[in-house]
Design a binder for this molecule. Structure first.
Ligand SMILES: [Zn+2]
Length: 453
């Protein structure tokens, strides 16, 4: 069959492949990759030997259920200083092109090894994602993603080479405004809050973000409420595209249709598991994202992961063809497993709080920054203390904002609303000026919903 190239597609034959062919390609690569792991990765070689399983028995995606789930803790417990060797290193040391560490929240960072082949695949995933968002030759892209020991900024830069784009590698969003006015970037890669801060900073300098020539924003790094996305898109007057990338090799991107993030199914296999990590959940249901690398037959990799537990949650939007023409699986924007707290029978997600904060009527007074702390009260009660930043604390209508946040929370989370109505949950508010919240005192990724019980 002759495929015509579709605009914005890196590889039409792969990206629009029929479901049956795509599944067959995926299973061919599962078989090869599992055998590669048994042959090259000390961790997997020992596991197969100890469990009396042969890699040749793993033939389909269901067979992956027989393999162990690997977590960040598993990687850390099979590397120095715990073990002498790196259990997951799966190529000769001399064949490794780069060595990375992922910023773990606790303990020793995970080591990660990439060959140049791995770089090619990582870059291609980003290139496909960028292309699906309408980026290409002639675009000038500011990359605010860090260029440190993680993979993101660097592999995006290699992806840009493939698309003929210009990269402005600032590595953070706190760059001087002349980067915008002198170089006239057409796109910025960053996070929702950093890009909101950048818009505030430009406006304070008399520059309207809407008039800068920026045509799209690409955000990633953490989940966000659709209300926050709409507010950001309005501040910059351009579309905001979500991406989901990690050093472990995800990298899914939302195309211009914006109905889920496409998973590059020829390069990564994604399963969604139940909370006990024992079985797959049905399509549509929320589950834990567990990924397996897929190598093309004959391919090599510095660090193969099979059944890697991302500790993120998502659900399948569709396995059918997207309006953009791509057939690759679409998932809902992933969110962190630890980004929610249990309050009695109810659960509160950080993004639900964000949705309530970003109610459009609030945003005339608020800058969007928020944090919330949960405290215990009495035998079973709880107090949720929500901190918000007003652009002008003297002129902000606090009562109206409080009422809207509480109403929105209760409307979208009836269980939580019932607890509040029943007196088991009190919701308190604290307003400050810009920069007044506690989270600004802490380095690294801010935690906006903190359980202090
Ligand atoms: Zn699409």
């Amino acid at each position: 069959m002759v495929m015509t190239a579709s605009p914005g597609m890196r590889d039409s034959a792969i990206e629009t492949m029929d479901r049956a062919d795509l599944d067959a390609l995926s299973e061919e690569r599962i078989r090869y990759t599992v055998r590669y792991a048994e042959d090259h990765s000390p961790f997997y070689r020992r596991w197969f030997a100890a469990n009396g399983v042969s890699a040749r028995e793993i033939r389909t995606h269901e067979d992956l259920l027989a393999l162990p789930i690997v977590s960040g803790a598993t990687i850390r417990s099979h590397q120095p200083p715990v073990t002498r060797d790196f259990g997951f290193l799966s190529a000769p040391c001399a064949d490794i092109f780069t060595i990375h560490e992922t910023s773990g929240t606790t303990g020793v960072p995970k080591a990660f090894f990439l060959t140049w082949d791995d770089w090619g695949r990582y870059a291609e995933k980003y290139a496909r994602s960028f292309a699906s968002q309408g980026l290409g030759h002639g675009d000038r892209v500011v990359v605010c993603t860090s260029y440190g020991m993680n993979v993101g900024g660097n592999t995006m830069t290699v992806a840009a080479r493939r698309l003929g784009m210009t990269i402005i590698p600032t590595g953070r969003c706190t760059f001087p405004s002349r980067i915008i006015t002198s170089f006239r970037p057409t796109a910025i890669v960053g996070s929702v809050f950093k890009l909101l801060h950048l818009a505030d900073r430009l406006e304070a300098e008399g520059i309207d973000p809407r008039e800068t020539g920026v045509e799209r924003l690409v955000v990633g790094g953490e989940s966000f409420a659709e209300e926050a996305r709409r507010f950001l898109a309005d501040r910059w007057d351009c579309p905001v595209h979500n991406t989901y990338g990690s050093t472990e090799g995800t990298m899914c991107g939302e195309c211009q249709v914006q109905d889920g993030l496409h998973v590059p199914e020829d390069m990564v296999h994604l399963d969604l598991y139940d909370p006990e990590l024992r079985a797959f959940v049905p399509d549509g249901a929320e589950g834990r994202i567990v990924i397996s690398h897929l190598l093309p037959v004959g391919g090599r990799s510095g660090m193969v992961l099979l059944n890697y537990d991302s500790e993120d949650l998502s659900s399948v939007v569709s396995r059918e063809r997207c309006a953009c023409g791509r057939t690759h699986l679409r998932i809902r924007p992933p969110c962190r497993e630890d980004d929610r707290v249990a309050i009695g029978m109810a659960h509160l997600r950080r993004t639900e709080l964000e949705q309530a904060v970003f109610a459009p009527e609030n945003m005339a007074d608020l800058n969007g920054e928020y944090e919330a702390f949960l405290y215990g009260e009495g035998d079973a009660g709880a107090v949720l203390r929500i901190g918000l930043e007003c652009r002008d604390p003297g002129a902000c209508d606090r009562t109206a904002i409080q009422d809207r946040v509480v109403e929105t929370l209760a409307a979208h989370n009836p269980l939580l609303g019932a607890m509040r109505a029943g007196g088991e949950l009190r919701i308190l508010f604290a307003f400050t000026g810009p920069g007044g919240l506690e989270l600004h005192q802490i380095r690294g990724r801010p935690k906006r919903l903190v359980d202090r019980r």
